[in-house]
Design a protein around this ligand. Structure first.
Ligand code: NDP
Length: 330
């Protein structure tokens, strides 16, 4: 069975020779473990951080070992109570075809309730990220004007739609292509959207939200964050979810130059990590699941086929090839 290894640590943009797809014997599940034939692998922006040696909230990937990440698949051997052959499970031993997983680290999922890939996206970690960031961290209130960057991605597309469903008065999104911008307006119900590659974010945001914004959900950092601070209204809240525009930087980028505006607005900026909020997963699925099933909340996925294309899929996320959650189908 094949697994992706990190063989050297990328500096700047990851290069193909930082990685190797390695053939190894089928893993043997120990007592208390199950062997999973992975059907979908997740590729996510945070994985770029794990490729670096610097300490962060997730441990760096070890060199010359199988990489990790979200995955869902079918149990083909079970040496654990409570999980049977044929069950589908969500676990964190991705980037490979077969994984031996501790049963305690595997979450059974229902393939009848939702497509398997949805457990990696709209109903999984990115979905919970949108929910927690918007409602808990940014404390969305009815009537708020909301701005979200990375708005056509897995997290961002949910943030915008959730904001509308929860009573935001105006939702503005930014994305990196005209097709994505059209989708935000036509399919996801954003009131305004712009292509950040077509002009300064500051000016485009001003035009899209002439009365300012109350909430900014930041997936991008950099120029977007500074522009959002510049448009922040009194009592505004900024949830720092991610800063994908900086993940391949080799030097730290300068911070926003207009932080003084937080004094004028009594504004608040707060970072968060979805991992601290998994206790809200059941509440999230209970509340958001019905909207997904009814189609009130729409989602897309970009599906790349084949274990050998996992690296390209990951690089595609950093480039913006994806609309909605990027997954690899094995
Ligand atoms: P997405 O599905 O949004 O994919 C990433 C997108 O980022 C790309 O599609 C691309 O879209 C955009 N992008 C890439 N480079 C840039 C750039 N320089 N400037 C602006 N946009 C860029 O990924 P996710 O939804 O999985 O993640 C979104 C963000 O949330 C990331 O920053 C991620 O790290 C963060 N995150 C944080 C979590 C937490 O716990 N705090 C948990 C999960 C995710 P485009 O075509 O629009 O450029």
């Amino acid at each position: 069975s094949r697994a992706w290894h990190l063989v050297s640590r990328p500096v700047g943009w990851p290069q193909p020779d930082n990685f190797a797809l390695v053939e190894a014997p089928l893993p043997e599940p120990a007592e208390g473990q199950v062997l999973v034939r992975n059907e979908y692998l997740s590729v996510d922006p945070y994985m770029r951080g794990r490729m670096s040696a610097a300490k962060s909230y997730a441990a760096p990937y070890e060199l010359d070992k199988p990489m990790q990440g979200g995955a869902v698949g079918e149990v083909v051997v079970s040496r654990a109570e409570g999980i049977a052959v044929g069950d589908r499970v969500l676990h964190s031993g991705g980037w490979r075809e077969y994984t031996a997983v501790d049963a305690r680290q595997a979450v059974k999922v229902d393939p009848e309730a939702a497509p398997l890939s949805a457990y990696l996206g709209v109903l999984g970690m990115p979905g919970l990220t949108a929910y927690v960031g918007l409602l808990r961290v940014a404390s969305l209130k009815e009537g708020d004007v909301v701005f979200v960057s990375g708005a056509a991605g897995a997290v961002g597309s949910l943030v915008g739609q959730l904001a509308k469903l929860k009573g935001a008065s105006r939702v503005v999104g930014s994305a990196g292509s005209d097709e994505k911008v059209d989708l935000l307006r036509s399919e996801y119900g954003f009131d305004a959207a712009f292509n950040y590659k077509k002009g300064p974010v500051k000016e485009q945001l001003r035009a899209a939200a002439p009365d300012g914004i109350d909430v900014y959900f930041d997936n991008v950092g950099g120029e977007h964050l500074e522009a959002a601070i510049g448009s922040l209204n009194l009592g505004g809240r900024i949830a720092i979810c991610g800063m994908i525009s900086t993940y391949n930087d080799t030097e730290p980028s300068p911070g926003p130059r207009n932080l003084v505006r937080l004094i004028q607005t009594r504004g608040r900026i707060e970072g968060f990590l979805v991992g601290d909020h998994y206790h809200l997963q059941p509440q999230f699925v209970e509340e958001v699941g019905p909207w997904v099933r009814s189609g009130e909340l729409k989602y897309r996925e970009t599906v790349v086929e084949g274990i050998e294309n996992t690296l390209e899929a990951f690089l595609g996320v950093l480039r913006g090839d994806n609309t909605g959650k990027m997954v690899v189908k094995l």
